[in-house]
Design a protein around this ligand. Sequence first.
Ligand code: GTP
Ligand code: MG
Length: 343
Amino acid sequence: MPRKPKAKAKAEIDVEEMVKEIVEEEPAPLDQFKLEDLEGVGRVTAQKLRDAGYYSLRDVAYASAHELALVIGSEERAMNIIRSAQRLLGYGHEFITAKELFEKRKNLEYISTGVRALDGLLGGGVEVGSITELIGEFGAGKTQVCHQLAVMVQLPRGSGGLGARALYVDTEGTFRPERIVQIARHRGLDPEQALENIVYARAYNSDHQMLLIDEAKKIIEKENIKLVIVDSLINHFRSEYPGRENLASRQQKLNKHISQLHRLASLYEVAVVVTNQVMSAPDVFFGNPMRPAGGNIMAHGCTYRIWLRKGKEGKRIAKIIDSPMHAEKEAVFVITENGLEDL
Ligand code: GTP
Ligand code: MG
């Protein structure tokens, strides 16, 4: 595949073609080893693993024996293969001190939101290796934040970006290349280039959405992608599994999708940003009856949760909820034709 993917951030994109193109391609050489280098894995097993979405040793090394057994049959065999992958990649099983973890966290990378107040709230921007969830009612600005980040990630390091590209999974058909052009111009980027730097796919249902994230693994490294956006994470799941009777299956599948995204974030060192809707909880009589959709699975699955709401005179207010380390502060910004800006 040439450096530039054929799928550009333009309004008319043949997604079927794009998926076919990605599927037919050989996976990127993510590690120096192939699946066939694993102990007890021959060509047939390697193919089974690839068909199930385990493309690299890293995918196998972090799998659980239970899930791998669903692909290759026995848990014992799965455990041996996982161990073999971990050995080849040199993963230890040691504990580290909090000091070591502290030092590790100092090297974390962030993508600036382009809004000082919001970056301040987030401790520098959207964190690489984590999932950041944008929550809010319609028109709150979730999609606008996604557009802005897809441009910001392209800025050089030192200017708020990571000099990298974005992968945008659009489930609602609300991605607008025209908006990217405006934001890129304002940030001093060549708009054409900014569009080339966004790899776009429309997800038509929840299975397709999960397939796209699986396929994303193959292109992240070779296409220098540092930001993966899923806008919105949940709408297909909600519409395909309506009502109480489908809740258990929906949550199970959603859980799988979120683990998929978690793995993508931590193994491939990208920032994952997802959006989520709010719904009114019928059982709340006092206080705010609005709740993020997706229940506990979403609440526990996403590392940082930002609640966006509309304020007076077009202002937007962002607040971090359920964070392991942020105070419950608020940041105010505005949406203009330049994108998101400080007040
Ligand atoms: P849903 O997807 O419907 O749940 O909403 P959302 O939270 O994704 O909202 P979105 O990000 O689409 O925000 C839409 C709002 O952004 C609009 O109502 C406008 O207020 C604002 N907006 C979008 N584009 C522009 C623009 O070019 N100029 C200005 N000034 N505002 C804009
Ligand atoms: Mg939206």
